[in-house]
Design a protein around this ligand. Structure first.
Ligand SMILES: *[C@@H]1O[C@H](CO)[C@@H](O)[C@H](O)[C@H]1NC(C)=O
Ligand SMILES: *[C@@H]1O[C@H](CO)[C@@H](O)[C@H](O)[C@H]1NC(C)=O
Ligand SMILES: *[C@@H]1O[C@H](CO)[C@@H](O)[C@H](O)[C@H]1NC(C)=O
Length: 434
């Protein structure tokens, strides 16, 4: 007899029974255009089959006028050996989503914000129920809340949403913070951060909401600052954020996890796309990025300890982690750029950090390389949804745009291009639309 509480059979006995893929059909990939257009122009790039199923990229480097050096590099050079996992495809998310945010509370995964395309961002939350395996609900975010690259964490009932980017393309970061009561679906505000922050590492630890690292207002310059705010039942117990010990390395797109009463900040990068100078739509322009696999742990609040790094540099993993059985599991991401083509290289491995031994291992493989997924874990199953996937098994670079809305959807945004900042006036928070 089929039981409704066990909606799918365990097909394999792999450790983490596998998975689901909520938005496969919709994976959007628009951030590629700024990635691929410039910079490669100085190279002549031909893709040649150098062995069955593998592709190499040949590049001629001109040194002055003389010697040409030819290098061959495997397009999949960055993949680590990993066991294959069989994944199961689940109902696609209602919308494509990149650089959104998610938190899991019980059997619900709240999936918020995100780009639908580079010119269109979401301002709502979709909810997935792991028991029924269906998308069950959709509700709005406050219209002043950032639409991508926000920090997000839950205490089990309240969801705290921190800073991020308001609006499409590469608009500057903001400092506004919000809180949702998931029982009443009511939103409130929290004191703004002292300064704007792009994709900050965010967690609740020992009764305080911690926000650290991330990018500065321009999205590019790494921030080292670390603040905390006492919170309880969806309310701030203080009017201002407290400065904490800065994190040794700054930058966005890191996993931030509390496990065994320790706060971990894992992976990330320095640098990111910036608004093109003078562009009225804050068009994204590529900048130098350094991806790293550093792991920092705050065990007493006064000192950061550096632990063994990830098996390879990994970024775009802010919501791509779960804690299972005394381990942190991280899925996908991006690693260092391809040394020859300079293209972004996506990550397809599933990494495990054993909290007992502080050691990393590669335990499995995603169905494809993918960055910025939103992950959850329920009842023995690892789930992920959304993100930006690769071009195929032999090509780890991000795929072209597959979901884009017409320009007419932008009309409402055109008159409102300014940066939205929360302004602090004598301890009170007001939202300023200019
Ligand atoms: C977690 O540990 C329990 C008890 O040791 C085990 O039964 C279960 O399979 C483990 N789960 C995963 C996902 O490894
Ligand atoms: C390409 O990279 C993969 C993964 O590192 C490796 O297994 C393979 O041997 C490489 N192929 C060539 C032709 O170098
Ligand atoms: C998820 O769905 C199941 C099955 O429909 C339901 O019993 C459960 O209450 C739902 N979870 C929540 C938190 O609403």
């Amino acid at each position: 007899m089929a039981t409704p509480t066990k909606p799918f059979p365990l097909r394999l006995a792999v450790p983490l029974a596998l998975a689901l893929l909520l938005a496969l059909a919709f994976v959007a990939d628009f951030l590629v255009s700024p990635t691929t257009t410039p910079a490669v122009a100085t190279y002549s790039k031909t893709v040649t089959n150098i062995s069955p199923g593998l592709q190499g990229v040949e590049r001629r480097r001109k040194k002055g006028n003389n010697a040409k050096r030819v290098e061959i590099l495997n397009a999949t050079y960055a993949d680590l050996p990993a066991p294959r996992w069989d994944w199961e495809e689940m109902p696609a998310a209602p919308v494509p989503r990149l650089d959104g945010a998610s938190v899991q509370i019980g059997d619900l995964l709240y999936v918020a914000a995100g780009y639908e395309s580079l010119d269109h961002v979401h301002s709502h939350v979709d909810v997935y129920n792991f028991t029924s395996n269906t998308w069950t609900e959709r509700f709005d975010m406050p219209k002043e809340m950032s639409n991508s690259h926000l920090g997000m964490v839950s205490d089990g009932r309240y969801i705290y949403a921190v800073a991020g980017q308001f609006g499409p393309q590469c608009r500057p970061a903001v400092n506004c913070n919000f809180v949702l009561d998931t029982e009443t679906r009511e939103w409130g505000e929290l004191p703004p951060l002292p300064v704007p922050r792009y994709a900050p590492a965010t967690q609740i630890w020992q009764g305080r909401l911690h926000v650290m690292g991330g990018g500065k207002e321009d999205r590019h310059e790494p921030g080292l600052e670390h603040w905390s705010l006492a919170v309880k039942d969806g309310r701030a117990l203080e009017t201002e954020w407290r400065s904490e010990i800065p994190i040794p390395r700054g930058g966005p797109h890191r996993a931030c996890v509390v496990a065994n009463d320790k706060l971990f900040v894992i992976g990330g990068q320095e640098g990111d796309f910036m608004p093109k100078p003078g562009s009225p739509i804050f068009k994204c322009a590529r900048r130098h990025e350094v991806v790293y696999g550093d792991v920092y742990m705050l065990d007493n609040g006064a000192k950061w300890r550096q632990l063994s790094p990830m098996p390879k540099p990994d970024s775009h993993i802010e919501f791509a982690w779960v804690v299972v059985n005394n381990s942190i599991i991280i899925v996908g991401g991006t690693t260092e750029k391809h040394p020859l083509t300079k293209k972004m290289i996506l990550v397809g491995e599933v990494f495990l950090f054993d909290l007992e031994t502080s050691k990393w291992s590669v335990i499995g493989r995603m169905p494809f390389r993918i960055k910025t997924v939103l992950a959850g874990y329920f009842n023995g199953w690892l789930y992920f949804t959304s993100g930006q996937r690769d071009r195929g098994p032999d090509n780890p670079t991000p795929k072209k745009v597959v979901a884009q809305l017409g320009d007419d959807t932008l009309a409402g945004l055109d008159g409102d291009l300014g940066v939205k900042q929360c302004q602090r006036a004598e301890g009170t928070v007001t939202l300023n639309n200019d």
